[in-house]
Design a protein around this ligand. Sequence first.
Ligand SMILES: Cc1cc2nc3c(=O)[nH]c(=O)nc-3n(C[C@H](O)[C@H](O)[C@H](O)COP(=O)(O)OP(=O)(O)OC[C@H]3O[C@@H](n4cnc5c(N)ncnc54)[C@H](O)[C@@H]3O)c2cc1C
Length: 330
Amino acid sequence: MEKTQIWVFMEQRGGVLHDVGLELLGKARELAGAQGGEVAALLLGGDVAHLTDEVSAHGADLVLVAEDPALEPYRLLPYTGILSQACREHRPSILLFGATALGMELAPRVAARLDTGLSAHCIDLQLDADGNLLQMVPGWGGGVVATIKCPVHRPQMATVMPGVMQKLPPSPRTGRVVNLTLPPDLDLSGPRILEVHREAPQTRPLETAEMVVAGGFGIGGPEGWHLLEELAGLLGGAVGATRPPVDEGWALQEQMIGTSGKTVRPRLYIGVGISGMSHHVVGMDGSELVVAINSDPKAPIFEVADICLVGDFREIIPPLLEEIRQRLPR
Ligand SMILES: Cc1cc2nc3c(=O)[nH]c(=O)nc-3n(C[C@H](O)[C@H](O)[C@H](O)COP(=O)(O)OP(=O)(O)OC[C@H]3O[C@@H](n4cnc5c(N)ncnc54)[C@H](O)[C@@H]3O)c2cc1C
């Protein structure tokens, strides 16, 4: 069997790496270790050569670099051209991207150029005995996790949700550095980013919160939502949501937890009126202690909860608030 070559696209902005690339290097290292394979990090941009030590330390045996002022900021068509050409020349077995806005735009373009498949929003990756990549993706509204494999076409491509893989602690590894040649016909047409405006978050950041109170469709409207905000406020935590409350406008997009939202790992997660579909659960199952409040004793969220409270949240939360208030230092 051929040695497995796992390539990871390292997303960066202004010379600073996005964590998802480092997380994917950690996973790639684990997969390569099982089969004696090699892990390569792909660095594209205007000023990226200084990142080679960082990506080596996080697991890359090989660092493929394309550095050119035309590659900063990110541009879809030149990036697609460089990645496709590099894959045709070096024929990696696997090519991974973060499921970020950039990764979700770039990966399908590259897959189409290479005439191969792509599994989007994976939550786990494994290798079978024949070196096929098993790509786990939530399906059917989050009720099942499908395992997808692409036995014929190469590379096998996947985008993976930020936050679900663990990056490795840095180690003193020195990866070989290879400079990629830019295609002579580098396509500089197409959209260009002229300016970047960062929107300030309107709610307490979820990713760093030690306490998260998350609400689902069972909350029923903005009125119930205030109870969650009160609970999170007393605990000094942040409010998260499943997708339906965001669609309904009770919560903001930045509060969504799950495959299309954020990944949280708080010390305490309280899920209220949430059924527990895998699209949501993958974003919170790294939480230390999970408390679930649901009126349906058969709700799947109870399968991942440490403490299960069966009942109407409107009856459970007010006495809980009272209890917490009494215990808070005056
Ligand atoms: C491609 C794709 C991506 C998706 N990405 C995400 C994502 O990132 N994040 C996400 O969350 N979802 C996502 N979804 C949607 C996901 O599949 C589920 O539909 C969603 O998570 C369900 O949300 P919910 O649990 O709030 O609602 P429901 O499944 O409707 O559950 C509501 C729950 O509330 C309970 N309930 C009702 N009334 C009360 C009450 N008074 N007190 C207590 N409990 C009560 C009910 O028993 C029920 O279990 C995605 C779907 C697709 C197709």
